[in-house]
Each structure stands twice: as C-alpha cells, then as structure tokens.
Design a protein around this ligand. Sequence first.
Ligand code: ADP
Ligand code: MG
Length: 451
Amino acid sequence: MQFTDFSLDQRLLQSIKHMGITEPTAIQEQALPIALAGKDLMASSKTGSGKTLAFLLPALQRVISTRSLSKRDPRVLILLPTRELAHQVYSQLRLLVANTQYKAISVLGGENFNDQAKALAKEPHFIVATPGRIADHLEQKHLFLNGLELLVLDEADRMLDLGFAPQLKAINDAADHKRRQTLMFSATLDHDEINDIAATLLKNPAHVAIGAAHSEHNDIHQRIFLCDHLDHKEALLARLLKDETHKQVIIFTATRPDTERLAAKLTAQGFATAALSGDLKQAARNQIMDQFARGQQQVLVTTDVASRGLDLLNVSLVVNFDMPKFAEEYVHRIGRTGRAGAKGDAISLVGPKDWDNFKKVQVFLRKTFEISTIPGLEAKFSGLKSKAKQTPTKRVAKAELAKGKSKRTKAATPAPSRDKRFITGVDIGDAPMRKKPAAAKLLQDNDTEEV
Ligand code: ADP
Ligand code: MG
C-alpha cells in the first residue's frame, strides 16, 4: 500500500516524501482510513511503529479539506503527557504545516503563561499541548474549544497515570459537540482506566491494535542481569558500557536524585553523560534533550519522564538501572531503541528491591526471561522465593481506595501491573538500592508537567 492510496492532499504527500518516508507502516495503513473518515479511534501498536503520522496526517487532511466550525477556535488539539514528547510531536507537525497556510503552536507546562495566552489569542489552527496547561488556559478563558474538530490523545494511558483525568474531562466538556472527532493512541491501551475515560471521550470508537502490548518486540534484544547491591549494579553497568559498542544510551533510574548521582559517576568514567529529570527547570530540560538529540552526549540518565514516545534514532541501548514501577513503562522504556525497523539492545539490572517489579514485567509480557551473566560479576542473589510482603506503595493505594479517591473498577481481566498507578498526587517512589541521605527526596519522577 502507498500513501497515495489514501485521499491525502498533495502538499501532505510532498511533505512525507521530503521526510524520506515511502510506505505506510501497519498502524498507519489501518488507522488512516478510519481517522480520515472522521470516526473516533482507539489505536495501539508497538513503540517506534509510526503512530505519530497516523494521527498527524488525518489531522492535517481534516483541516485542509473541511470548512472550520468556528473562525476563532483551534481546530485540532493534540495532547501528550510530557513536555519533551509534546515538543517532538510539535516539531513534526510544523514540518507538515510549513507547506500550508495553517498555524500551529505548542502550549506546554513550564513555559511562560502570558506568552502562551498571547499566542492563543492569535487563533492558531493546531495546538500541541500538555493537558494541565491547556486546562489552565481554558479556565482563564484564553481558549475556547467549542469549535474543536479533532482531539488527539497520544500516550493516553500515561496521561491518566499522571493524574490528568480531571483535566481531560474538563477539555472534553469544553469541546463537547457532535462533530468532534477523538483519536487515542498508545503502545499500551488495554486496561480498565483507559476504557473508563474512553467511554467518556470517544463515540463508538473503532479499535485498531497491531499486535498486543505484551507481544515481543523483535528488534529489541532484551537481557536481564541479577545484582546484589548498588555497587554491583554500577560495576555491571561500567563493564557493559566498556565492553559493548553503543551509539547512544538511555539509562532509567527509579528516582530523580539517582539520575544526578549516576550521571556524575559515568562522567567520571569518561562517558559524556547528562541527567534529565522533572526537577530541572524547563530551559535546562530543553537544553539537555537538544544536546542529546544532536549527539553531544553519549549517555542520558533519566526517569520515566523520558520513557514515553521520544524518538531518538541513535539510541542503541536502553538500561533499566532500576526496574520501573509499572510494567507498561518497561515496554515504553525499552521502546526508546529499536525504532522504525532499527535494532536495539535493552538491559535490565534486577536486584532484591527490583524483584517484585521484575516479576510484574514478566507477567505483563507473559514471558520468563533467561538471566544473563558476566564472568566475575555474577550475583549471589537469585530471586526472592516467597510472595513479597506488601510494599508501602500498595498500602497507600489501598488507603486511597478505601477513602474513595479512586474509582477504579475491578479488572475484567487481570492487570497485575497496574495496582498502584491510580494514586494521584502521591508518589512515594520505589526504594532505590541503598539508603540515601535523609535530605534526598525519594520521589519517583512522575514528570507532572507543572512541577
Ligand atoms: P511511535 O509513536 O509508534 O512510537 P513514531 O511515530 O515516533 O513511533 O515513529 C517512529 C519513527 O518512525 C520516526 O522516526 C518516524 O519518522 C518513522 N516513521 C514513521 N512512519 C514511517 C514510515 N511509514 N516509514 C518509515 N519510517 C517511518
Ligand atoms: Mg509515539
């Protein structure tokens, strides 16, 4: 199948050609006809499979080929969970609108609110945004969505994890009319909370799923190493980075302070390394991402702030220095490599404190990993046998439930990985490998955009 088989405007076909893209990917082939027909859609496919164009092309086509519902209101609103991802999608959108008379802006948390209000007053046709900031502008009446024709939620499940359900509902209410179309995308869309919000936001949606969230990503070679303690993890990491050749590397840690600490160690070992976390000011975040994207740093140590969506073609290795709290994030983290048909490596370091999370990943992926070893660096730790005692996070989750703060319903099918994620505003994070100084905040980076 070719892009020319879809009824796409000549200018869009030209832009695609300029991007060097020839054939649609499977998700594009399936999603485009539905989205172009104006239908609501819930779509999932593996990381790096081209979901962005699967919503950007129909968005552009809709604006180009139909009359606007309102002269002033934005026609398309694209929401993403993190500023970095929103920035990336905005850059791609700008390439596509460059060929047209339409205006696109981005409205992200952490940027100047008044400047955004001014940009909104200029009546852009497309807005790419993080949900919290858009909800703020709605409240301030800098923006009206009565004329919104298309709402796109990319990485929709992550927006819910971050506690943005109220903002999404507010945005939905502000754009609640018959002619609005809604598209939802992620690599992991098959769970309860998503169905709840989808029932509110989407009208008789079509469902497209290319493979299941748990299906093997054949382009990513995954390895697991067991570790005894923090020093052991660091020794394994140092050895792996030294012995293997990788273009660029992303390393995920459990907490924000850990990103700085590990980056300092790697820098001392001679790797050009940067640390990125939600603690940093937005300008610093932008600069770090920019430098990494240009290849000025070889290693990026980060938290789940960077687990979703980022498309960095030179990343050939992803390391889970700590296992993620939620099994889905494992899929997204390793998906920062092996994109668009390229091959990549993923290494996970599993110590006693990671064991529960590692088991959840195995359950989620329906897979039992073989354990890799490096001679001389074998672990004494071989897994925890009995069912681990309840973690503090679980207790908080239960307390929240008891207080009725979450309305999560019982899963129709077991979703073992998602038992903690509906806590909003509380994030006590996972225990790192070793005690940190009391002053260090053990905050899991939940990349809340307004932080
Ligand atoms: P996803 O959102 O599914 O993780 P992206 O939309 O970020 O994936 O796309 C991943 C990469 O694939 C990007 O670099 C993008 O430019 C590229 N890409 C998208 N569509 C195609 C295509 N049809 N053919 C080749 N490469 C593509
Ligand atoms: Mg994406």
